[in-house]
Design a protein. Structure first.
Length: 251
């Protein structure tokens, strides 16, 4: 079975937190949170087409990606929650919808970050069609740069361009299908200096029937890297409020 998850060590009485990566991101970034989130066990989602799954083809659409994840990943039988940043927010949301459609257990909380509500129109930029160098330059301009170690290595630049191209293809071909709001509490995070506006974050309220809270942090699109401690505290607080019906252990 494909290795979708990079998981921290088990913790007694902890909920399971599945973290979905941003476009071009890796699972390792979220695994660093494991030390700070003491009441959750972090499972960082590893997408096909990047380390350590470089030999695998990347699904060509959000629908294909979600179907593969839901089919192949055995989720926790106890309390669990989803967190996703940017493209990962959309991925986590669509996985939750797929679980609901299949009458499977849902996350006790969905936390989405750095992404406008999915029913809103998205810029038609076609970034995934650009040549590698132009693609990397465009993404760097939109999201305040790429790591220096990536830009300095031809091999890493090629790997980054491949991953970003695949992720932007998924994002830029995504079409939202109307459906009922999710019966899942929703927490929305964003950066105060991000291109995503407060209204675009608040519009996520249309996608839940179980309550929503919105919080913005100092910083841009990757505010969660710039000041990770406040973000982790806010995430821990969101998980601590969970009291799932017929479950005795809170996230």
């Amino acid at each position: 079975m494909p290795n979708w998850l990079l998981s921290a060590a088990p913790r007694a009485a902890a909920c399971e937190l599945y973290c979905f990566p941003h476009g071009g991101g890796t699972a390792a970034e979220y695994l660093r949170w494991a030390r700070g989130l003491r009441t959750a066990r972090v499972h960082a989602v590893q997408l096909p087409g990047r380390v350590p799954r470089l030999h695998e083809d990347v699904p060509g659409s959000m629908r294909e990606l979600v179907e593969a994840f839901v089919t192949e990943v055995p989720l926790a039988t106890g309390p669990f929650a989803f967190f996703g940043h940017s493209l990962g927010a959309l991925f986590a949301y669509e996985v939750t919808r797929a679980l609901a459609a299949a009458s499977r257990p849902l996350p006790d909380r969905l936390v989405v970050s750095g992404f406008r509500a999915p029913h809103l129109p998205h810029p038609d930029m076609q970034i995934h069609r650009l040549p590698d160098d132009e693609l990397l330059d465009t993404v760097a301009r939109l999201h305040d740069g790429l790591p220096d170690e990536v830009l300095a290595s031809a091999e890493l630049r090629e790997m980054a361009a491949r991953a970003l191209r695949a992720d932007y293809r998924i994002l830029e071909t995504y079409v939202w299908d109307a459906g009922d709001p999710l019966p899942v509490p929703l927490t929305v995070f964003g950066g105060e200096d991000d291109r995503i506006t407060p209204g675009e974050l608040e519009a996520w309220a249309e996608h839940t029937s179980a309550g929503v809270s919105v919080r913005r942090f100092p910083g841009g699109h990757f505010y969660l890297r710039e000041r990770s401690a406040p973000v982790q505290r806010a995430l821990a607080a969101a998980l601590a409020t969970v009291r799932a019906a017929e479950r005795s252990t809170p996230c």
